[in-house]
Design a protein around this ligand. Sequence first.
Ligand code: PLZ
Length: 445
Amino acid sequence: MVTSIEPTVGTERKVVTALPGPKSQEIHARRKGAVSAGVTVGFPVYIDRAQGAIIVDVDGNHILDMGSGIAVTTIGHAVPELIQAVSEQVAQFTHTCFMVTPYESYVQVCEELNALTPGTHEKRTALFNSGAEAVENAVKIARHATGREAIVVFEHAYHGRTNLTMALTSKNMPYKDGFGPFAPEVYRVPMSYPFQDGRSGAEAAAHAIKQIESQVGAKNVAAVLIEPIQGEGGFVVPAEGFLPALSKWTSEQGIVFIADEIQSGFGRTGKWFAVDHEGVVPDMVTTAKGLAGGMPLAGVTGRAELMNAVHEGGLGGTYGGNPVTAVAALASINFMRDRNLLARAAELETIIGSNLRSLAQDVTIIGEVRGRGAMMAMELVEPGTKNPNAAAAKAIVKYCNDHGVIALACGTYGNVIRLLPPLVITDAQLADGLAVLGEAVRAAN
Ligand code: PLZ
């Protein structure tokens, strides 16, 4: 049984070849003949193993991970407790299908999600495989429970790549182009985006609500679906008061308020959920990514009366809540509690925020530094304007990658650099990563 990790990975970034190295290049060339061209790769170093915040590629380069596989490995790579739980579960049984013959870990994950998501009301949970699948199911449930069809989403939103979630996602390239027709009854309204719209939270909410009332009609709306902090759309943090105002209005109108916490949730922002920062209690919450430490698991958690409104057999799927992923979630949640990782996320906000803000004083391309916890970003602009500067973002990501640091871009216009380090990153690793990022920004300025 695997109970310990070889201590060979170490804790320091170490680049020993040009990146990507020769072995990675060889595999990457094979990829062309085997993998659909539709699936692209940002940084083609092929990974051999990883531990904590360090990823080791097949050429022996030690790369600093400030992306966590897009906000997934929040607890870091190769956590011994998770390895143990998963290994034991694989040896016991890997699959029976919860709908055929169930197992306790599924129930335990639902109990945890019911307890951790905001609000003390009676809740129920259903488990799925991916974020997109969770969002689809949240919409199914909201429609079924309300008997209404319209779904309201926001500008810059990202909710997935399946047919319904493509309709919910805002950005055409690369997510939607040529993949239509899309599911109907989806309506998009403006997001609160303080840096760009200058509106207060209350003003932005009134603006969005007015648009829903005039263009859709509140009585037709099944759900308002929102990322409390937008992920792919640019780490947009809505102005204070926006989410509470929307949540209040939806509850007055009998509309289901769904928080898509797939990227912002599970400790990433310093609280279990991003809505917790403003005391908002959604009717439903979707989770995935950080939930299970790298295993594919997603959940929909909501008010019992909504979740139970669906007829028996109306929800499910072959693999949803697979036992290996379920024990990974339990191990990951325990690890986060034991290590007090929410507090660590808040510390990371202070360290990263002050570093990026002082960098912003010295350069002209940083328009805004924003984010919460270990979900921090900078929006890059043409100097002296608020116009997006995607070329700078691209150059910064490349510089970081060339120096063995994973940093990701995002944003409707590709002009936001986001940092999503694992919460176990050490102060020394973070200082190293931020130093490389600083050089990258200065070089692009
Ligand atoms: N909702 C808020 O962030 C996934 C997408 C990467 P899946 N974000 C990463 C890409 O280019 O495909 C995401 C999200 C929010 C839903 C999803 C979808 O989650 O697990 O990728 O289906």
